[in-house]
Write a protein that binds this ligand. Sequence first.
Ligand code: SF4
Length: 647
Amino acid sequence: MGLNIVQKIIKTHLVEGDMTPGKPIAIRIDQTLTQDATGTMAYLHFEAMGLPKVQTELSVSYVDHNTLQAGGPENANDHLFLQTAAAKFGVYFSKAGNGICHQVHLERFAVPGKTLLGSDSHTPTAGGIGMLAIGAGGMDVALAMAGEPFYLTMPKVVRVNLYGKLRPFVSAKDIILELLRRLTVKGGLGRIFEYGGEGVKYLTVPERATITNMGAELGATTSIFPSDEQTYLFMKAQGREAQWRPLQADPDATYDEVIDIDLSELEPLIACPHMPDNVKKVKEVEGLRVHQVAIGSCTNSSYRDLKTVGEMFKRTGKMVHPMVSAAISPGSKQVLRMMDKEGYYDVFLRAGFRILENACGPCIGMGFAPPSGGVSVRTFNRNFYGRSGTKDAQVYLASPETAAATAMKGVITDPRDLGLDEIKVFLPEKFEIDDSMIYAPAADPDEIEIYKGPTINYVGYKEPLGDKLEGEVLLKVGDNITTDHIIPGGAKILPLRSNIPAISEYVYSVVDETFAQRAKEKGGGFIVGGENYGQGSSREHAAIGPMYLGIKAVIAKSFARIHHANLINFGILPLVFVNKEDYDKIDQGDWLEVDLSNFAPGEDNIITVINRTKGISIPTKHGLNKRQVEIIKAGGVLAYVKQKFEK
Ligand code: SF4
């Protein structure tokens, strides 16, 4: 039986499992990428594993998130740490100012048919070149750099059939917005979207990357395009044609689901506040007064996107509307230099755009926040409430074409209404290739001393687990506790991300201000939770903080998947009540003992929790597999891999 593209790549990288959807598999990782906001922790984890060098074919460390924030030295300290750690551990380093990780990776490093694991949720961008590119937590990326496989559940593969041809001023962004409209932000869970069909050949790699980038908003594991003539042309223009290889699904390949999109029927779409799936036709919201337009982010900041905007302003001779503040943040230094070379930089300046740094910038609320209650039209991928930096702003997500037309008119505008002839942007024969801000690893790593400013303070280990856990119930919480409850986000806490003792002071601070203090005084203990404990983001600090405070086990009615994995990674035992009503038999302040003498893998391994205060025994289970049990016994995944390397 023929294979689809996803199966072809997984098959050649499979370490464990058999590609049955829903079953666990492990795959070998060829490349990794990190960005500064998550990378600092990833390299601290890697350093703690004690290996001299990364084991991947290629790893790249990017600085693009926290580049211009005012305040203390935390970000600069992190950047210096990242640069010296990269030099020492055999990692390429892309300096702040070189561009957004996903854009630069696509330009300079991504290779069809390879696997990429990145500590950023938009890592699937590289699927535009035919790579199996997956976003994960910092620890998973550190493990991949150490040569460990990546463990995941085999996703279903969805074939997205693109047929017909896009009409003028309808572009790649409208394709992914159409999918979000149909499937919602949950529609991609447990799935990989594989694009095919005759419409694919009209899309250049940067356009494909817009689609795979925003596949993350569908909740998909990743998205991927074939590697074909378009891929070859892009790689040739990057001077990397030697790395090109063809990659297509077999003619008799099968899929778990199929979706058809007739490109010729699409029209300009826009995601309305405050969700990327709240998609309407631009025509339906046309005329709404706009205060701000932002063009950029890893979704829409390529040569193709900015040149399209430049052409629209050049051909109309229009300026940005006087009541609109408009900014462009190019995806990379390469894109910026191309705009300069072809005269569009001047077009933007004359038109009244502000040119921001080639970095994430306004996408994560780092500057260029909209006015209070203002309307901002952005070419980005997320419009969650408050993400722009202005809590009551109304953020709309649209294509570069719609954003440009809106910037001219001052109201949301369908770009087709400008009456322009079709704009066709072809890839240049050769991009302005300039890798001067990408540093190769040091020739002699022994000469490199890793810089760690006083704001970097790492604690990665727990003691190995004995046969018995005992301590007090330090906190009892209800259902649906989120990782935001466990460790809040925000501007005050974010800079502490590489300072474990400092960030641990905030564990559960929004629920109980005295929690961290109490945990330290009592020498650690237990947490009792309700249903869906740890839902929300993949924030690994929600496990690292409790680990630092000595939390030994969390006993809950059920756990959210990613937090459950994070607890195991950091050596905290997640136990589930066999009888949910036993939740009522434990109170905060009770003294518990957990007998681990028969702790073993499996759904039926029962662990007895003795509540000494109440004089009762409570059965719990964990369902951990062999590897997870070994990780918990070792005191967390760092200690586990270290033991493995020492053997
Ligand atoms: Fe994330 Fe925005 Fe940066 Fe993309 S541009 S990597 S979405 S912060």
